[in-house]
Each structure stands twice: as structure tokens, then as C-alpha cells.
Design a binder for this molecule. Structure first.
Ligand SMILES: NC(=O)c1ccc[n+]([C@@H]2O[C@H](COP(=O)([O-])OP(=O)(O)OC[C@H]3O[C@@H](n4cnc5c(N)ncnc54)[C@H](O)[C@@H]3O)[C@@H](O)[C@H]2O)c1
Ligand SMILES: [Zn+2]
Length: 668
């Protein structure tokens, strides 16, 4: 007996503490589902052992508290909470209690918006004051903040409203606004909100209404509160009253429906549950209310909730579990992603055992360690996220998450460029995880341009283990290639010829084909022109690299890292050994480049040159090749059927030449 009494006391005190985190600080430390379980347990114990119930039991009180930093407002009529149903039998019991007392009823079903309750009072049609629910009797004066919510009218529409109208409803934050807000918070290095409800509450309960105004809050009215003074007779059903509020200009959710039979209530619940993730705002269940106001009055209230309404909750989208380990996965572009291995937990309708931790910044932001209890959120089809840790549950042996210094797949160095969140494997050409992307890139048009070597072919070559590195392409036989789908001997022979043809290339294309991070065509061309040979580029220092046009700190570091990886050098040596070659570059004295500092634009169809080659050759002469014509353009090359760019050049008086003239310039 002693232990039951202790458990009741402890549960009461724990729940009271969570109420403060949730209602006062807008920062819960456990998921709602866990709170609900603790509350259920308390209610069960209190029912079995009423003698041990605490006088201040949280099961008997509306959870909040009006903070002294706000002016306090006494509600004209208490703002209550709702009883919960978690399963259909809970709802059936609720329905039975009602029909036993007042006979058959019609219900109104509404989405249970996941925000916070407010009371708004209009006097003579003008918004006079607004308050939070607080402890149900006394709320916080948030009038100025509510005025900033665009969907709430400052003045009621139409006429015939009573002198005083109190409207009750939910302020919420639409999902899109929530995501955008958290992005901004991360960018500013400020705390992120765990879910839209807390974001809405935190945004509304601000002393500075400018902050509230910047937060894109929404509002739906869900009840008519107190009414005073002369007016037309008020509707005698809940639904009728909501319709009246709509006429006065208050937003009411379109999802509110009358359900005159139990199966319609169940169907409503199922329907909105399946559409939950498509709704623009978060809902955590359905609120079911007796429509007839007189019957509501006959049913009355219990301690903290009406007997004529119930919140039939959806399965939780947030749960807690234990982070058992962190693995590191290498993506196809080399990004290294920490993946949380979780004790399996049922959340958002599925069992979740993994979640991404994104990157090192995210781990630092969460302050998470292996062994921690974490809150997992899975809303709709969005991949599960770890949104917070439950700090008080950290075990003594929790261990730091250590990022690997070498790639878990290929052991190349992991690089993390300053200012970038993502850590990457630097063994681009060698790393098994990156193989497909690396070879697709290597064979692509602007790289070695192997005709017929499309993405599908590359994927099959790797899946069938015919190729493991770019150099292997050059030893492929036609008969091996016939193992691929839709590759007869004829096309296979053609592909081998194309591979051989591609062996002769340019240094710029070769550099580009290596797939060094952030080294695009233009940078590759600049590197080739500047250094003239691969040997020099291989050993270039950061300072040497920075001297190249368009090469900044980050690109220089990527290049240096790339050539520091012995695996990458092995692949390059193999490529050269298999006969990849290019004509020597006459090292241009940059100041002598004939088109240095000029901006050129190519437009229309070139017949003798391919456009990428023309671009590369112009770049080799020092020109920048831009995509659009402006007054800063020095010359436009107009091929056949040139259109708007040509017109623009003529309009701006920019020099225009044809393909013949271009060839003459390129041939010097
Ligand atoms: N994680 C935590 O630490 C923690 C702490 C306290 C409370 N909670 C969560 O809050 C819940 C209790 O909060 P509560 O007392 O505000 O009750 P509630 O949220 O379960 O239900 C009452 C509230 O529902 C809202 N509501 C939304 N749509 C409505 C509609 N159409 N009609 C009427 N009301 C509507 C109103 O704001 C109303 O005040 C718990 O079940 C728990 O999930 C969590
Ligand atoms: Zn790797």
C-alpha cells in the first residue's frame, strides 16, 4: 500500500513538472505519448485508490498557469480541457455514458488542431482582448499578439452581433511556416522548436508582438463562448453557432462535419487520419462534440473537462526510444551521413529503428550521445527525425559520437571543408560507395565523352562486376559487354570503339572527368591552361592553386585533398597506363591570351564545332563564356537560327560574329 501511495505522489509531481515545461516554458522534455501514458497510469491508480489522490492532482486540473510577466485575465467562463479517447472502445464508452443520460445524440466532428487555445472577446464588434487558457480560470493577456494574426478579424463582419461575443479557438502554426521558422532558427544558431504546437505557443506568448507578427500563425474558431447583451436569438446547436461565427468573419475549419450516426463518426476519424499528412496544419486527433446545446448543458462537466465532448487521439507522431549506436554511411557523392540505430519504436504508424542524424552540426545541436533516450518524430511520410534528447534519462555510460577520420568504405581521408556542414570521403575515384557516380561522370559528354556509355550501361557494368574503376573501362572486351541488357555484338563492338576513341582527350576534359569536388568544366580548363601539365597540377600547393583564375580557398582545398589520396593517384596512373592521352598544351603566358578579360556568348546552332568544344577553346584563349547577353558582353557568336540573344545583342550594340569568324579566331 505504501508503494502505491508513493507512486501516486511521484506521478503527480512528475506530471506537474512536465506541465510546467509544456505550458509555461513551451518546451516539453518528453513526448506527449509518454505524458499521456503517465497520466493514464495516475488516473487508473487514483480510481482504484481514491484515498491516496493528491489534493493538487494533475488529473483534476487544467494544465497551464498564467505567467506573471503577462497581465492576467479572468475568463468569463472557465476554459476547460478535453477527456481523451485512445481507442474505439474509449469512444464507445463515452457515447454510452451520453446516451444513457440524454438519449440518442447527433455529433459534430472536428479536427483536433495541435496548437493552443485562446479566448477572444469582441465588444460592439471590435476585438477588445484575447487571452490564453492559463489554468482555465485565469489566462494571460495576449491581445496585442493576437491582433497580429491575419486571419483573426479586428472587427466582426455584418450586423446583429451581441454587445459582447467571446470566441474560442485554436492558434496554430501551419507546417510550412514551422519548417521555415526552424530553418531560420538554425541559420541564426538559435533554439529550434520540437513541433508546430510548441512553436505556436512560443510565438504567441511573446512580450514583443513584433516577434509574434513575424511568425505566420493561423487560427480556427471552434466554439462560441460567453455572449452578453441584446441580439438576434443564437443558434441552439454547436454547428449552428460555428456557422454564425463564420458569418461574422471568423475562420472555421472546413473539416467540421455533422455526424448523425456512430459509423459516420468512425468514418470521419478514419478519413481524416488518412489525410493527416496532407493537411496544411498539424492535428493530433478528432474532437467529437454533442451538437445540441441543451443536451450539452444537461450533461455538464467533470473536474477539468466537459462530459459532452471527447478528444479521440491519433497514434502518436512522437515517441521516445534509446539511441543504441551510430553508423556512418557513405552516399554516392561521398557525403558521410551519421545514421542513428535505435531501439525499435512504434511511431507515426510504423516501427522505426533508424533515423538520420544528418551531420556533425546536427549532432552538436542536439547534444546527443550514444545511450541517450531520444525523441523521435515521424510525421506522414517524412523520414524519421531525432528532435530532442530526454536529458534527465542520460545514463552514466553515455558516450560521445565520434566522426570517423577515414571513410568507412574505402579508408580514404574524410574531409570537412570549413563552413560546410557535410563531411565527405575524398577517395572519389576509388571509393566503392561512389563508384557508379564517378564512372558515370567520367564517361559523360563534357568529360571523356564516351559515346553510348549512358547511366544504365555504367550501372550494369558495375553491378555485373565487369568494371570497378574508370581504368577498367579501357580493358573491356566486346564479348564482355554483350552480357549487358540489349547489347548485341554489333553495339558492343561499337561501344568498344567509342571507348578507344575517347582515350585521346584534352587535359581540361581529363581533369574534369576526375570528378574533383567543385571542379567544373571552366575550372578544369583554367587549371589546364594555367599549369599546362598533369604533373604540375598533382603537386601544386594551395598558393599555386589560388593563382588560377576562379579558384578560391574551398576549391583549392578540394583539389589538394584529391591529389593527396594515394588511391586516387593509383587510379590516375592506371588510366594513363591504359593509354589515356592528350596533346601537350603550349603553356600560354596568361597575359598574352588573346581574349583575356572578355565575355563571350554562344547562341544558335553551330554546324562545324560542338558547342562544348567551342566553349572550351574560347576559355583556353582567356574568355569567359556566359549564358546571357548584357551590356558587358564583348562578342556574341550567332549560329544558325539564333533568336532572342542575337536580338538582344543587336539592341545593345554588342559585336556579333558568325561561326566562320569564330573558327578563324580559334585557329589564330
Ligand atoms: N509532453 C509533455 O510534457 C506534455 C505536458 C503537458 C501536456 N501535454 C499534452 O497535452 C495534452 C493535454 O493538453 P490539454 O489539457 O490542452 O488538452 P488537449 O490538448 O488534449 O485538449 C484540449 C485542447 O484541445 C484544443 N483543441 C484543438 N482543437 C479543438 C477543437 N476542435 N475543439 C475543442 N478544442 C480543441 C484546445 O486547445 C483545448 O484546450 C496531453 O494529452 C499531452 O498530450 C504534454
Ligand atoms: Zn570512401
Amino acid at each position: 500500500m505504501q508503494s502505491i501511495q508513493t507512486e501516486i505522489a511521484e506521478l503527480s509531481s512528475t506530471l506537474n513538472q512536465h506541465n510546467i515545461h509544456y505550458y509555461v516554458d513551451d518546451a516539453p522534455t518528453i513526448p506527449d505519448a509518454e505524458y499521456d501514458r503517465l497520466m493514464q497510469r495516475l488516473i487508473e491508480l487514483e480510481q482504484a485508490y481514491p484515498q491516496f489522490k493528491m489534493p493538487d492532482s494533475p488529473s483534476q486540473r487544467v494544465g497551464g498557469l498564467a505567467l506573471a510577466k503577462f497581465d492576467q485575465i479572468m475568463h468569463l467562463k472557465p476554459m476547460l480541457s478535453l477527456d481523451n479517447a485512445f481507442e474505439q472502445t474509449d469512444f464507445d464508452n463515452f457515447n454510452k455514458r451520453i446516451t444513457d443520460k440524454v438519449g440518442g445524440v447527433e455529433y459534430v466532428c472536428e479536427p483536433k488542431l495541435d496548437g493552443l487555445a485562446v479566448s477572444i472577446t469582441y465588444r460592439n464588434g471590435m476585438l477588445e482582448r484575447a487571452a490564453t487558457r492559463g489554468d482555465g480560470s485565469v489566462g494571460e493577456d495576449i491581445t496585442e499578439n493576437v491582433r497580429t494574426i491575419k486571419s483573426i478579424p479586428l472587427k466582426l463582419r455584418g450586423e446583429g452581433y451581441p454587445e459582447l461575443v467571446e470566441v474560442r479557438g485554436e492558434v496554430f502554426m501551419p507546417k510550412a511556416a514551422f519548417d521555415a521558422l526552424n530553418q531560420r532558427q538554425i541559420a541564426k544558431d538559435e533554439k529550434v522548436f520540437v513541433n508546430p504546437r510548441n512553436a505556436a505557443a512560443g510565438s504567441l506568448r511573446q512580450l514583443d508582438s513584433k516577434i509574434t507578427a513575424s511568425r505566420a500563425l493561423g487560427f480556427y474558431a471552434y466554439a462560441l463562448g460567453v455572449v452578453e447583451g441584446e441580439s438576434q436569438p443564437m443558434a441552439q446547436t454547436h454547428f449552428g453557432q460555428l456557422s454564425q461565427l463564420k458569418i461574422w468573419g471568423l475562420p472555421v475549419s472546413q473539416e467540421v462535419k455533422i455526424c448523425d450516426a456512430l459509423d459516420k463518426v468512425y468514418a470521419y476519424y478514419q478519413d481524416i487520419l488518412t489525410r493527416r499528412s496532407e493537411l496544411a496544419y498539424e492535428i493530433d486527433g478528432v474532437v467529437i462534440k454533442v451538437n445540441d446545446i441543451q443536451k450539452q448543458l444537461n450533461l455538464g462537466f467533470v473536474a477539468k473537462a466537459p462530459r459532452w465532448a471527447i478528444a479521440y487521439k491519433f497514434p502518436a507522431q512522437e515517441e521516445m526510444t534509446i539511441l543504441e549506436a551510430v553508423d556512418f554511411q557513405v552516399g554516392r557523392t561521398g557525403a558521410i551521413t551519421p545514421v542513428a540505430r535505435l531501439q525499435p519504436v512504434f511511431v507515426g504508424g510504423v516501427t522505426v529503428s533508424n533515423a538520420t542524424l544528418h551531420n556533425a552540426d546536427e549532432i552538436a545541436r542536439l547534444g546527443v550521445k550514444v545511450g541517450d533516450t531520444v525523441i523521435i518524430r515521424r510525421a506522414g511520410d517524412v523520414i524519421p527525425q531525432i528532435v530532442a534528447i530526454v536529458a534527465e534519462k542520460r545514463p552514466d555510460n553515455a558516450s560521445d559520437i565520434v566522426f570517423p577520420e577515414s571513410c568507412p568504405v574505402c579508408q580514404s581521408d574524410v574531409e570537412r571543408i570549413e563552413g560546410e556542414a557535410v563531411a565527405r570521403c575524398s577517395g572519389g575515384l576509388f571509393c566503392e560507395a561512389q563508384r557508379k557516380e564517378a564512372i558515370k561522370h567520367f564517361a559523360s559528354r563534357k568529360a571523356l565523352n564516351i559515346d553510348g556509355m549512358g547511366d544504365k550501361v555504367v550501372e550494369q557494368l558495375i553491378d555485373k562486376e565487369l568494371v570497378a574503376s574508370p581504368a577498367d573501362l579501357f580493358s573491356l572486351s566486346a564479348s564482355a559487354i554483350t552480357m549487358l541488357d540489349r547489347m548485341a555484338m554489333k553495339s558492343a563492338t561499337k561501344l568498344v570503339a567509342a571507348i578507344n576513341h575517347a582515350k585521346t582527350t584534352t587535359l581540361a576534359r581529363f581533369l574534369y572527368s576526375l570528378g574533383i569536388r567543385e571542379v567544373g568544366e571552366a575550372t578544369a580548363a583554367n587549371l589546364a591552361n594555367h599549369f599546362g601539365s598533369l604533373e604540375v597540377i598533382r603537386t601544386a600547393s594551395i598558393d599555386d592553386l589560388l593563382a588560377v583564375e576562379d579558384v578560391g580557398d574551398v576549391v583549392a582545398q578540394h583539389i589538394k585533398h584529391f591529389f593527396e589520396q594515394s588511391h586516387n593517384l593509383e587510379v590516375i596512373d592506371k588510366l594513363l597506363a591504359s593509354g589515356v592521352n592528350w596533346p601537350a598544351i603550349e603553356q600560354a603566358d596568361e597575359s598574352q591570351l588573346s581574349l583575356k578579360g572578355q565575355t563571350w556568348v554562344l547562341t544558335g546552332t553551330l554546324t562545324q564545332l560542338n558547342r562544348n568544344d567551342a566553349k572550351a577553346q574560347l576559355q583556353a584563349l582567356g574568355a569567359k563564356v556566359a549564358g546571357s547577353v548584357s551590356k558587358n558582353t564583348d562578342c556574341v557568336v550567332a549560329g544558325e537560327a539564333a533568336g532572342s540573344k542575337l536580338a538582344k545583342a543587336q539592341e545593345l550594340g554588342v559585336k556579333v560574329i558568325d561561326e566562320q569568324a569564330l573558327l578563324a579566331i580559334l585557329q589564330g
